[in-house]
Write a protein that binds this ligand. Structure first.
Ligand SMILES: Nc1ncnc2c1ncn2[C@@H]1O[C@H](COP(=O)(O)OP(=O)(O)OP(=O)(O)O)[C@@H](O)[C@H]1O
Ligand SMILES: [Mg+2]
Length: 566
């Protein structure tokens, strides 16, 4: 604001200086007298310039800080919204594209939104002050100067629309570029083994070229519209303005000082208009882009706690998990993954989920961990419907081992203790983690690992079996009454599998409810009960001996013969 004011004041003062100097020249007065007359105005000019520069520096720092703060807060808000979305959401949106939204979209938004107040205030002031002072210098010249304004304004509006439309296209193309790169890098082993480096490079080039094309189109259209608007507002009105000004000077209606002041104010007015026009197109673009941002930040996850959710303190949980008539279909799928599934797991019991690949074992565990909700039927913990429980409270009651162990690029102990809230600090926690590592048969290799060294992305510096045992240790360390394990022993040798299976029995004997999906005989044989799934339905249930003794046992005929025994 001060900048626009001081710039106009300086133009005015320069005009006055010129007029006084010319007056002395015309009258042939003593130039030393001119100096005395000019000095106060020059002094005022200096003070005005100094204030303007200082205000410029302070304003620049304050706005830059506000810009960064806003950018980080927008990222934090989006990340907070993303991380609580249900797992299914991440299966439908690639991580690369989401990270692109998190960085690129928010940067773009903050760039425009943060500059908006500064640009708006400075340039509206610049425009108003310039116009008022211009009118003060010469009304008719001012009217000629603003004559093209309505047409130029319409062109700016059109530019805003075009830039908004292309802004969304640009960001979508950039999200695609990032998605291609992050998928190829995440699967670099498979890419190299398949010798598909060239294909991936081509795919990446295709995505980047498409992005470039959208940028080219935006640039051409935006520049063309801006050119016409500037031509109209500046260049075309300049010739009549200059001719008129000279005419008025010749008629004695305009002094040279007033002419200089007028021209300087005119440039300031045009600059104000140009910067406001740029701000308008920027805001139009931000408006279009922000739709995506707000779609994500406002998105309600399909799995969340109700406002009236029941609180469930861990100490009150026994751990009886029961499924009643559960049917489940994945989003956008026609086929049911699970149909009318009914069984329960009692505290003190290991229940093995068996069945062919694709039978629905992982889907059952997904629902039991409430990573998704079934369309029909109910799942209860100690008689409480999972949907009615506070989600955080419920998740504290379960320890989960996924079919693909999820590890972080952190130290081994950070990985084992991840999400462990039992006793946060000190040796109690250390002892607890060490016990969990021992129970998962992982002590030997964990002790050989450097304590503080990260394990690589997704634990890439460990073997498959080691990753699996750390995931088991983490689930055990949570001390949860319910353990949900998806083929936790698939990568282990026979001896380790036997030891882990006996650990599961021991945990059950301590009162935990253990539900374990398994293809391995040693793990299944130690279970108290077996639930067999076929095409998403429970077809048999009972103790292993009972199932083997049944005359037409599906389990005996199909599952057990196919089971691996190391
Ligand atoms: N995220 C998903 N989106 C859509 N369909 C899925 C998804 N995950 C699994 N399915 C489908 O659901 C069905 C059951 O899959 P599920 O993973 O539960 O089988 P599973 O018994 O665990 O198999 P496996 O022994 O191979 O792990 C399959 O037909 C599968 O294609
Ligand atoms: Mg599975």
């Amino acid at each position: 604001m001060s900048l626009a004011g001081t710039a106009s004041l300086r133009a005015f003062l320069t005009g006055r200086l010129l007029d006084i100097a010319l007056e002395f020249a015309r009258n042939g007065s003593d130039p030393s007298g001119a100096f005395a007359a000019l000095a106060p105005i020059a002094g005022l000019y200096f003070a005005c310039a100094l204030y303007g520069y200082m205000a410029n520096v302070v304003q620049g720092i304050l706005f830059a800080l506000a810009r960064w703060k806003m950018s980080m807060s927008m990222r934090q808000k989006l990340f907070k919204a993303l991380i609580r979305q249900e797992v299914g959401f991440f299966e439908q949106n690639s991580s690369g594209a989401l990270v692109s939204r998190l960085t690129n979209d928010t940067d773009q938004l903050q760039n425009v939104l943060n500059r908006a107040p500064e640009t708006l205030v400075t340039n509206v002031m610049r425009l108003v002050v310039s116009l008022v002072l211009m009118a003060q210098q010469h009304v008719l010249l001012t009217l000629v100067s603003v004559a093209p304004l309505p047409l130029a304004f319409l062109l700016v509006k059109k530019t805003g629309k075009v830039v908004g439309r292309y802004g969304v296209l640009q960001n979508d193309s950039l999200a695609r570029v990032n998605a291609v790169a992050s998928e190829a890098i995440a699967n670099v082993r498979a890419v190299q083994i398949a010798g598909a480096e060239k294909t991936e490079v081509e795919e990446y080039c295709q995505a980047t070229n498409k992005y470039l094309k959208v940028i080219e189109q935006t640039l051409f259209k935006e520049t063309a519209l801006r050119f016409v608007s500037t031509l109209l507002n500046d260049a075309l009105s300049d010739v009549p303005l200059l001719c008129l000004s000279c005419w008025f000077i010749a008629c004695g209606q305009l002094t040279m000082g007033q002419f200089y002041t007028y021209r300087t104010l005119l440039w300031s007015y045009r600059r104000g208009f140009r910067e406001l026009a740029e701000l308008f197109t920027g805001v139009s673009r931000a408006q279009a882009v922000s739709q995506r941002y707000f779609d994500l930040t406002d998105r309600q996850p399909s799995v969340s706690s109700k406002p009236s959710a029941t609180r469930l303190p861990l100490s009150h949980v026994r751990g009886t998990l029961s499924l009643q008539g559960v049917s489940f279909r994945y989003p956008d799928q026609d086929e049911w993954a699970l149909q009318d599934v009914t069984f329960d797991v009692q505290p003190g019991e290991v229940v093995a989920l068996v069945g062919a690949s694709g039978a629905g074992k992982s889907s059952v565990l997904r629902l039991c961990a409430r990573l998704a909700d079934p369309q029909d039927g109910s799942i209860r913990l100690d008689g409480h419907e999972l949907r009615d429980l506070d989600l955080q409270d419920f998740r504290r009651c379960i320890g989960v081992v996924d079919q693909e162990p999820a590890l972080f690029d952190r130290s081994v102990w950070d990985n084992v203790g991840y999400g462990c809230t039992l006793s946060q600090k000190g040796c109690v926690r250390d002892e607890l983690l060490a016990d969990a590592v021992a129970a998962a048969q992982a002590t030997k290799f964990v002790e050989a690992l450097p304590v503080d060294e990260p394990l690589g992305e997704r634990g890439s510096r460990l073997s498959g079996g080691q990753r699996q045992r750390l995931a088991i240790a983490r689930a055990i360390a949570r001390g949860a009454p319910v353990l949900l394990m998806d083929e936790p022993t698939s990568a282990l040798d026979g001896e380790t599998e036997e030891a882990v299976a006996s650990t599961l029995s021991r945990l059950a004997a301590q009162g935990r409810a253990v539900l374990v999906a398994a293809h391995r005989l040693r793990t299944v044989a130690r279970a108290h009960r077996i639930v067999m799934l076929e095409d998403g339905r429970v077809v048999e249930e009972g103790r292993r001996e009972e199932l083997l003794a049944q005359p037409n046992s599906r389990y005996r005929a199909t599952v057990e013969p196919s089971m691996e025994v190391e």
